[in-house]
Design a protein around this ligand. Structure first.
Ligand SMILES: Cc1cc2nc3c(=O)[nH]c(=O)nc-3n(C[C@H](O)[C@H](O)[C@H](O)COP(=O)(O)O)c2cc1C
Length: 253
C-alpha cells in the first residue's frame, strides 16, 4: 500500500512541484509589508545560468534591471545570452541550472542568535527547503575556504556616526547575527529533472529497467521563478527575527 502511494506521489510530482511554493509566496507577501515599514528591502536576481555569469551591478540598479528581462538578471547584456542559452537548451529537450542571489538592504544590526538559531543557519535551512536549491552561500561562502584571515576579515570603521565594515566578505552576518551591512546570499539551483529526453528508470512492479519520456509543460530553467520564492523565504525569516528582536510589535499589526 505504502509503495503504491509513493508511486502515485512520484507520478503527480506534487510534493516536489514548484506549486508547493505558493505558501512561501503568500507568507512572503505579508512579511514584505512588515519589512517595508522599516524600509528593509529584499531583492533576488539570477546571476548565473549554466556557465553564463552576470557582471555585478550597482545595488541601486538591481530592481529596475531585473524587471526588464524574463530571466530576472540585472546584467542586461548577460541576460540576453542567458535567454538564448535557455531557448537552445529547451530546443534539445534538456534543462539548465544556475545561481540565484538575494540581497537584503537596510537590515538593523543584531538580528539572529549567536549559538542556537544563528541567522546563517535559519536562512540556509529555509532556502535549502526550496525544491531544486542544492547549495546556499552567505558572503564569500565556499570561496572563504581559500583565503587567509587577513583577506577574509572585514575591517570596522565609523561612517556618518554608524559602525560599518570596509568590505562585506561575511555577507552581513557575523557570529550568527547581522552586522547592519547588506546580507548577501547565493543559491545553487539544479537543472529541472523533468526533461523532454528519453531517460532510463525502473518499473516498480516488474522490477525491470525501462525507458521513460516525461510529457507535459516543464520549465527548462526555473531560476527566474526561484527568485520569487527565495525573496519570500528570506522576507519571512527576517520578519520573524524582527518581531523577536522587538522591531515589529505583533500586537499592533
Ligand atoms: C519555483 C519552482 C518551479 C519548479 N518547476 C519545475 C519544473 O518545471 N519541472 C521540474 O521538473 N521540476 C520543477 N520544480 C521542482 C524542482 O526542480 C525539484 O526537482 C524538486 O523540487 C525536488 O527538488 P530537490 O531534489 O531539491 O528536493 C520546480 C521547483 C520550484 C521551487
Amino acid at each position: 500500500m505504502e509503495s503504491k502511494i509513493w508511486c502515485l506521489r512520484l507520478q503527480r510530482g506534487g510534493r516536489g512541484s514548484g506549486r508547493v511554493t505558493i505558501g512561501h509566496v503568500i507568507g512572503g507577501a505579508v512579511a514584505k509589508k512588515l519589512l517595508n515599514t522599516l524600509n528593509i528591502k529584499v531583492i533576488s536576481h539570477v546571476s548565473q545560468v549554466g556557465t553564463i555569469k552576470a557582471n555585478p551591478v550597482n545595488v541601486n540598479e538591481l530592481e529596475t534591471n531585473i524587471n526588464q528581462n524574463s530571466v530576472r538578471c540585472a546584467d542586461l547584456e548577460a541576460a540576453e545570452r542567458m535567454e538564448a542559452e535557455i531557448i537552445e537548451t529547451k530546443k534539445v529537450g534538456d534543462s539548465i541550472g544556475g545561481i540565484v542571489e538575494t540581497v537584503v538592504l537596510n537590515s538593523p544590526a543584531g538580528l539572529g542568535d549567536p549559538v542556537f538559531g544563528k541567522l546563517d543557519a535559519e536562512l540556509a535551512g529555509g532556502l535549502m527547503g526550496i525544491g531544486s536549491v542544492k547549495g546556499v552561500e552567505i558572503g564569500l561562502g565556499f570561496k572563504s575556504a581559500e583565503l587567509k584571515g587577513s583577506q577574509m576579515n572585514d575591517e570596522f570603521l565609523i561612517e556618518a556616526n554608524t559602525i560599518k565594515t570596509r568590505t562585506n566578505h561575511s555577507g552581513g552576518i557575523l557570529g550568527g547575527i547581522t552586522t547592519g551591512m547588506p546580507i548577501n546570499i547565493r543559491m545553487a539551483v539544479k537543472p529541472t529533472p523533468s526533461i523532454s529526453l528519453t531517460q532510463k528508470t525502473v518499473d516498480t512492479k516488474s522490477m525491470e529497467s525501462k525507458d521513460i519520456l516525461i510529457q507535459g509543460r516543464h520549465d527548462p530553467c526555473i531560476c527566474p521563478r526561484v527568485t520569487t520564492v527565495a525573496e519570500a523565504t528570506v522576507s519571512i525569516i527576517l520578519a520573524d527575527q524582527l518581531i523577536r528582536a522587538g522591531y515589529i510589535d505583533p500586537c499592533k499589526l
